[in-house]
Write a protein that binds this ligand. Structure first.
Ligand code: GAR
Length: 210
């Protein structure tokens, strides 16, 4: 069984969907730790309610960035998770963590990367930009994390159609719905060693049915 560490900052609906897929037996993994910058967010509250260990790293607890980054690396090295999952985490992962856990950190982004990604594109800002650009579709992207925001190799994407009457809010709802399907599928594949690399690109291998 794979050990998982999850980072989240917000409502935590992806974190809850992942947890649900674990307790229903779909994902063969265990959430060892939830890390957050926001002690009052829904994800931390859910971790408390479900007995998942959690740890907060923010400016008020660690005013010095270097100390904060070192503390994040240290706690992750203590548990050495097989996979680190960014589930609505609105801060940059320290480079030291990215180096140590190379190809073991994944993120979900609420748009079809490489469009609408990079610094400043997070949460509702992404959906606002997509609507303002007059796109007729958006979606969700799961990718490996490297040192650059939203630039790591793409593992999987799923589309949603944008209707003319859609607002940023209604688009966010549509995209979240597919995130809750897509992210558990990718994590399940990772936990079953079904993410393979071909020509430096990750790809999900189909599960073999018994
Ligand atoms: C999700 O839409 C996720 O893709 C996005 O934040 C939302 C978190 O929702 N992540 C980013 O924008 C990261 N750049 P949740 O807290 O309900 O899972």
């Amino acid at each position: 069984m794979k050990s998982l560490a999850v980072f989240a900052s917000g409502g935590g609906s992806n974190f809850k969907a992942i947890h649900h897929s674990i307790i229903s037996g779909k994902i063969l993994g265990k959430i060892a730790l939830l890390l957050s910058n926001n002690p009052n967010c829904g994800a931390v509250q859910f971790a408390e309610e479900t007995g998942i260990a959690n740890a907060i790293f923010n400016n008020s607890r660690y005013p010095e960035k270097k100390n904060r980054d070192d503390a994040i690396l240290e706690i992750l090295q203590d548990i050495e998770p097989d996979l680190i999952i960014l589930a609505g985490y609105m801060k940059k992962i320290p480079d030291s963590v990215v180096h140590h856990f190379k190809s073991r950190i994944i993120n979900i982004h609420p748009a079809l990367l490489p469009k609408f990604g990079g610094k400043g594109f997070f949460g509702m800002k992404v959906h606002q930009a997509v609507i303002e650009a007059g796109e007729d579709r958006s979606g969700a992207t799961v990718h490996f994390v490297n040192e650059e925001y939203d630039k790591g190799p793409i593992i999987a994407q799923e589309n949603v159609i944008i209707d003319p009457q859609d607002s940023a809010e209604s688009l966010a709802e549509k995209v979240l719905k597919i995130e809750h399907e897509l992210y558990p599928q990718v994590i399940k594949a990772y936990c079953e060693d079904r993410i393979i690399w071909k020509n430096n690109q990750p790809k999900i291998e189909e599960a073999i049915e018994n």
